[in-house]
Design a protein around this ligand. Structure first.
Ligand code: SAH
Ligand code: SF4
Ligand code: F3S
Length: 580
């Protein structure tokens, strides 16, 4: 390796699955390297993320760090002073996208000598990749792994100081990092990590090697994060873990996902969901908690992967076809309207026509409201990559058959929604027609309807008129302005400053000493008016009046209100601007 490049840590696949004792580290957000600030404050960063919600959440954290430096986000790649490509390794086609993407940043470096390109995410955890990348693309400044997002600023600073490109990809993580900064991508939908990594080692899957062994966050840290989001007026929280149902097992104190879910539901967020469930660990308690709380969405992503017991065994999924179907039966018995979605892998090594037929039968029987179907993709270092592979034409032919069947069940589910009204969380105007809004129903379905853009981020009732395979068409069931007003009222009721002001006002109204002072003020004023003929009496009342006035000024509750007033005024003016 040339002098231009320094390796701090390089990943080794055989170490990636190591189990270690987990420690917790709390970040101090005030530490920001001076050389980064000097060079990048006021400049722009750009982040392109591939893959799942774990990567999206990492993007938000990295954006949080760059904002600490004083940088601003841009969606225009050309004006970026720092760019991050956040990669996904779950299938070959996801990985391939990365290489094309890196090439497009060469001109940033040619235009701007201070430009820094960072490669992050799951692909970087693969053995040998980082060194190869830096040899082929010398304009990369830093390669970090998934276990080092919290070191982003220090590593960028170090690369600047050394005038070298750096690689720091650790094989495995033994830390839970708390208090990381984060700049969320949405002001109404939030992801909250509950655990990192995965201990399941399904034989096709690279995730346990790229994200490390399973580590659960402490329940109080998760609940505090959710509480803050509720106070900020977030409409939807999604709890994230590669396997949410094993959450808490490593804490060894009896914490379960069902108990965590219940605690978060009680915080009162309008919509609560979670990803991803592992069928055999989905407990009866989970069914009860889901059924009990209206704000938990009646939608469950329940990945089956295959409908064949023998194939599931080769995948090391720890359930049989019958056990999966039994769980589905129980869930539907308690929540008849629940929407079930799934992930299915087609053409897994050794998959026979009979095994595939079992998958088709299961998909038909469960009648999913939607399903993600994937052609098996061999991942280096995973056990399935060494098994006997299914020819590509067979994989594609089976994939098409499964897709056709899934389209039928998806359409069937959508058609049951016609004529009914659903609460939709509005995502904004559709890409094709700015007068049409898109949003998601609580069962996960995408609904389009005519409406004004100012409803973005609101939850609105929409009556479903027509269904298509991948989306539905509806109409707003209420006046949009009334809906917006309700939304503003909801948000205002969450505003901590206004909450404090209204509570103080309430205290002032019910405070006996203030009432007394108020009465005295009126009394003295009246007496002053009545005594204008007698100078001495008039002066005495006037002096008393001023004394009361002074006492009011010094009353702690009233003084507090005066202090808050200008802040509240500012906040209300912000609301007016927001409504424009
Ligand atoms: N932890 C989650 C998500 C894992 S990745 C879960 O267990 O469901 C998301 C999906 O990608 C998986 O459910 C699986 O269907 C698919 N997948 C994972 N590895 C794959 C591979 N090597 N080839 C094809 N699909 C894969
Ligand atoms: Fe991968 Fe299986 Fe873990 Fe999901 S449960 S992340 S498919 S190893
Ligand atoms: Fe991809 Fe990593 Fe997620 S491999 S699916 S980004 S955990």
């Amino acid at each position: 390796m040339s002098k231009r490049v320094a390796c701090i840590n390089l990943p080794r696949q055989k170490d990636a699955a190591k189990k270690a004792d987990v420690t917790q580290t709390i970040i101090d957000k005030n530490i920001v390297p001076d050389n980064l600030k000097a060079l990048f404050a006021g400049k722009y960063f750009y982040i392109k993320t591939f893959g799942c919600q774990a990567n999206i959440r990492d993007e938000e954290v990295m954006a949080g760090y760059l904002t600490l430096v004083g940088m601003k986000r841009t969606d225009n790649q050309k004006e970026a002073d720092i760019a991050i490509i956040n990669t996904c390794a779950v299938r070959e086609n996801a990985e391939e996208k990365v290489y094309g993407e890196i090439g497009t940043f060469k001109c940033n470096k040619e235009r701007n000598k201070n430009f820094m390109l960072v490669l992050a995410g799951c692909v970087m955890q693969e053995e040998g990749i980082a060194v190869d990348l830096l040899q082929s693309y010398p304009w990369i400044s830093l390669v970090i792994g998934t276990h080092d997002v919290h070191n982003l600023l220090n590593l960028l600073s170090e690369a600047l100081r050394r005038k070298q490109s750096l690689i720091n990809v650790r094989s495995f993580a033994d830390e839970i990092i708390e208090n990381m900064p984060s700049q969320r991508l949405s002001s109404y939908q939030a992801y909250v990590n509950i655990s990192y990594g995965c201990d399941k080692f399904c034989t096709y899957c690279i995730v346990p090697y790229t994200r490390g062994r399973e580590r659960s966050r402490a329940p109080e840290d998760i609940i505090n994060e959710c509480k803050k989001l509720v106070d900020e007026g977030y409409k939807e929280i999604t709890l994230l873990g590669q396997n949410v149902n094993s959450y808490g097992l490593d804490l060894k104190n009896g914490t379960t996902f069902a108990s965590l879910l219940e605690s978060v539901a009680k915080l009162g967020v309008p919509r609560l969901k979670f990803l991803t469930s592992y069928p055999s660990q989905f407990s009866d308690d989970m069914i009860e908690v889901m059924a009990k709380y209206d704000n938990i969405e009646k939608w469950l992503h329940f990945p089956v992967q295959s409908g064949s017991t023998s194939c599931l065994k080769r995948m090391a999924r720890r359930y049989t076809r019958d056990e999966y179907l039994e769980k589905v039966r129980k869930i539907r018995e308690r929540m008849p309207d629940i929407a079930l979605t799934t992930d299915i892998i087609v053409g897994f090594p050794g998959e026979t026509e009979e095994e595939f037929a079992d998958t088709l039968k299961l998909a038909e029987e469960v009648s999913y409201s939607a399903a993600f179907t994937f052609i098996y993709s061999a991942r280096q270092g995973t056990p399935a990559a060494k098994m006997e592979q299914v020819p590509s034409e067979v994989q594609h032919e089976r994939f098409d058959r499964l897709k056709a069947l899934i389209d039928v069940t998806t359409a069937k589910h959508s058609s049951t929604m016609i004529g009914k009204t659903f609460d939709i969380l509005v995502q904004g105007p559709s890409k094709r027609n700015s007068e049409v809004l898109s949003g998601y129903a609580t069962n996960g379905k995408l609904v389009n309807f005519k409406g004004p853009a100012y409803l973005t981020g609101c939850i609105v009732p929409v009556k479903i008129l027509e269904s298509h395979v991948y989306s539905l068409i509806g109409e707003l069931a209420e006046d949009p302005l009334v809906l917006k007003a309700k939304d503003v009222a909801f948000l205002m009721s969450k505003d901590p400053l206004l909450k404090e002001y209204l509570a103080l006002d309430e205290n002032i109204r019910s405070d006996a000493s203030i009432k007394e002072l108020g009465d005295a003020l009126v009394r003295e004023k009246k007496a002053m008016g009545e005594s204008f003929m007698d100078k001495d009496i008039h002066e005495a009342h006037k002096a008393e009046y001023e004394k009361v006035l002074e006492a009011m000024k010094n009353h702690p509750l009233l003084a507090n209100r005066n202090e808050l007033m200008s802040l509240v005024e500012e906040r209300l003016l912000e609301v007016r601007d927001y409504l424009r």
